[in-house]
Design a protein around this ligand. Structure first.
Ligand code: AHG
Ligand code: MN
Ligand code: MN
Length: 340
């Protein structure tokens, strides 16, 4: 009988490294450490209802939002794992106002910059709904041995060398790309390993799910309002009306749409002209994954990955998911802006 053997995340990344003859294993080590932090955070997330970890940590983060204890915990875990890897010279995080540029001799030799939303969907922590971690990895531009600066942290998304997310859901998964395929690993808690479960994910070109916070409808731009009406219209040829699905955790909403086909929108509104989501550690990594899985990501008019960032926490309107759905939404936006 032909035996079936599972492939762990570490086996997979080492195998992939062999495809690059000159690879020195640096990115492999970095990803390995991401996996370690993910497992530690996962353990804490699972215990969230049991121990005194839920609830506000008392601090308010740079976005003016209350920090939950798990945000702070996840932030610290990823930072320490990445620092221990020796491959990371700097970190930018949603939870920290300034970028962290390491100046110790060990880390200054690191070749990579790490940007993250350590805990995404924090409003869902206390109510046992899926949350996540999002990360984005760049090769530094400045020479090794120096302290990294803006030139390293503020690179456009098209320069990402890897990106991914961890979803702490009904099962915990790590999904990442290094620019070739998008691969998903499910955590087998009995052996404590992420195991390859979703190889070379391709997202459907069309879908029947649309995901956005319709409670904000009155604030949406005209094009988005019209697109929502389009989604709700009856048309058997295009499987409309579509279903509406919105969790309120970007990672979970994106993950579902990636596998099933759909569109996720967090548009600009009158109150928030750049939307809510952050370019560097939410939209760029998700956009990279979307594109590599055959989908699309834009701010309604421009490709997300081509936007030149100007600051760590900048926000951007976000439209991502199945290619044909994103293009349809863009059509509505263009038509409305032409009318204006
Ligand atoms: P975070 O928990 O990291 O602050 O992110 C929350 C984000 C994102 O996950 C989600 O898509 C969005 O906020 C939901 O916002 P609304 O509650 O405004 O819909
Ligand atoms: Mn977030
Ligand atoms: Mn967050």
């Amino acid at each position: 009988m032909k035996g079936y053997r599972i492939k762990t995340l570490n086996e997979f990344i080492i195998e992939k490294q062999a495809e690059f003859p000159f690879a020195k294993g640096e990115l492999t080590r970095l990803l390995h450490h991401v996996g370690i932090a993910a497992k530690i955070v996962n353990k804490k997330v699972n215990k969230a209802g049991l121990v005194d970890i839920i609830g506000e940590a008392g601090a308010v983060n740079v976005q003016g939002e209350d920090q939950k204890k798990l945000d702070v915990f996840a932030d610290a875990q990823f930072i320490s794992a990445l620092q221990a890897s020796g491959e990371c010279c700097g970190i930018g995080s949603e939870e920290n106002e300034e970028t962290m540029a390491f100046d110790d001799d060990f880390s200054k030799e690191g070749n990579y910059i790490f940007l993250m939303d350590p805990l995404d969907g924090s409003s869902n922590i206390d109510v046992n709904v899926s949350i996540g971690t999002i990360f984005s990895i760049y090769r530094r531009v400045s020479p090794r041995g120096t302290v990294p600066g803006d030139v390293d942290f503020l690179q456009p998304g098209n320069k990402q060398v890897a990106a991914g997310y961890i979803i702490y859901g009904s099962s915990t998964m790590l999904v990442y790309t290094t620019g070739r395929g998008v691969n998903g690993f499910t955590l087998d808690t009995s052996i404590g390993e992420f195991c390859l479960s979703h190889e070379r994910i391709q997202t459907p070109e069309d879908g029947t799910l649309y995901s956005l916070n319709e409670g904000n409808y009155v604030h949406f731009p005209d094009g988005v309002k019209k697109y929502i009406k389009y989604c709700q219209q009856m048309d058997t040829a295009t499987n409309r009306p579509y279903s509406s699905r919105y969790i309120g955790s970007l990672v979970a909403d994106f993950h579902r749409n990636l596998l099933k086909g759909g569109i996720f929108i967090y548009p600009e509104t009158a109150k928030a002209p750049n939307g809510k989501l952050r370019l560097l550690y939410e939209c760029n990594p998700i956009a990279f994954l979307a594109e590599r899985a055959g989908g699309k990501a834009s701010d309604g008019f421009r490709r997300i990955l081509d936007i030149q960032p100007t600051s760590l926490h900048q926000r951007v309107p976000f439209y991502t998911g199945s290619k044909n759905m994103v293009e349809k939404a863009e059509e509505f936006l263009r038509a409305s802006s032409d009318e204006a």
